[in-house]
Design a protein around this ligand. Structure first.
Ligand code: ASP
Length: 355
């Protein structure tokens, strides 16, 4: 036996030192944890929240709009904005705000998404949607579904509960069913004015012997939100383009073209002539200009929408926000249905260029 153990004073002394050290460590850890919590708390308190949405870009002119119709648009845009912003204000997450906003717009027959979507050449509705999470760069997309009531919810399920990013047509519908999403008879999506628009385009096609494309599609919906955790989510939903054929898919379900989100740069949802947005990789291009060239969100969006896209021959617009809650709504058409509350709490609802 060692002399230390034989000496009661030494034994008592060693135990006291160990106890003191343990108490010191526990207290130090608790105060470090408290400091971390305080820092986190203050960061959360100072993190702005913001939300921006669109209901499509195109030839939207006051002279073509009755005051009643204008009021209907304003009402739905405002309601969707309120639904999403309240989720963020109550501490909810961007993903829930974005999907809630897009569901409101999909359920409104005014927009080219969900109910009221444009018709294909064969008088059917084929819906596309996508969503992206800027925190994880995870994404979900769906193309060409005919029976899913809210395609944005299917995009979200694909993102959260599958190992894939994009699903299409019957396979996507089977997955929707497995996830318990609401399926509807295809006739649910039909509204008469979309058939009238299709017939006008077909008539024009016959007369001009050319496929009518531009301005035959607008009304896509989208939303980008920033929550109190600094997370950005972007989503887009559309019926595509009137008179589309051969399983045509536009930019809306293409991550990087119609939708993109990255907490480090921005979140973007696009609307316009999809073929050009795909070729211009528009949503990602805006984020890339911020990341690689150090441009502001506003500068990046302006260059892509006002310079690069028209050079390709495309028209349309985007909504976007960054992690500071700065909002941009850029379009090169005569109007874009849009609404936002930025990081400073400033609210906007409008549709014409001069709004
Ligand atoms: N970008 C959509 C598409 O081409 C249409 C639109 O945004 O109006 O499918």
């Amino acid at each position: 036996m060692s002399s230390l153990n034989q000496n009661p004073f030494n034994h008592f002394y060693v135990r006291s030192v160990i106890y003191s050290l343990v108490i010191f460590c526990v207290t130090a850890c608790q105060s470090t944890q408290q400091q971390l919590d305080d820092t986190l708390e203050s960061e959360i308190i100072h993190q702005p929240i913001a939300l921006v949405l669109h209901g499509g870009a195109g030839t939207i002119l006051k002279e073509n709009m009755t005051p009643e119709l204008e009021q209907q648009y304003i009402h739905v845009l405002d309601s969707a904005l309120t639904v999403g912003y309240q989720i963020l204000e109550n501490g909810g997450e961007s993903i829930d705000a974005v999907t809630a906003v897009i569901v409101v717009l999909e359920n409104s027959p005014l927009f080219n998404a969900g109910k009221g979507a444009v018709l294909t050449h064969d008088e059917t509705n084929e819906l596309d949607a996508s969503i992206m999470d800027g925190a994880t760069l995870n994404a979900g997309a769906v193309a060409g579904v005919k029976t899913v009531k809210n395609p944005i919810l299917l995009a979200k399920e694909i993102m959260l509960h599958s190992s894939h990013v994009m699903m299409a047509r019957e396979g996507a519908e089977l997955f929707a069913q497995e996830q318990g999403l609401e399926l509807v008879d295809p006739s649910y999506f039909f509204v008469q004015n979309r058939l009238d628009a299709l017939n006008r385009i077909k008539e024009k096609e016959i007369q001009e012997q050319t496929a009518a494309t531009n301005d035959s599609k607008f009304g896509t919906v989208g939303c980008v939100a920033l929550d109190k955790h600094g997370n950005i989510v972007a989503g887009t939903s559309t019926g595509g383009m009137t008179n589309k054929r051969w399983g045509r898919i536009g930019d809306s379900p293409i991550i990087g073209a119609g939708t993109y989100a990255n907490n480090a740069t921005c979140g973007v949802s696009a609307t316009g002539w999809g073929e050009f947005f795909i070729r211009g990789v528009v949503a990602y291009d805006i984020a890339a200009l911020i990341e690689y060239k150090g441009l502001t969100l506003k500068e990046a969006a302006r260059i892509v929408i006002q310079e690069k896209l028209p050079k390709l021959g495309g028209d349309g617009g985007i909504i976007a926000l960054d992690k500071m809650g700065k909002v941009t709504m850029e379009f090169n058409t005569s109007g874009m249905f849009r609404a936002a509350i930025d990081g400073d709490g400033a609210k906007f609802v409008g549709m014409f260029e001069k709004d």
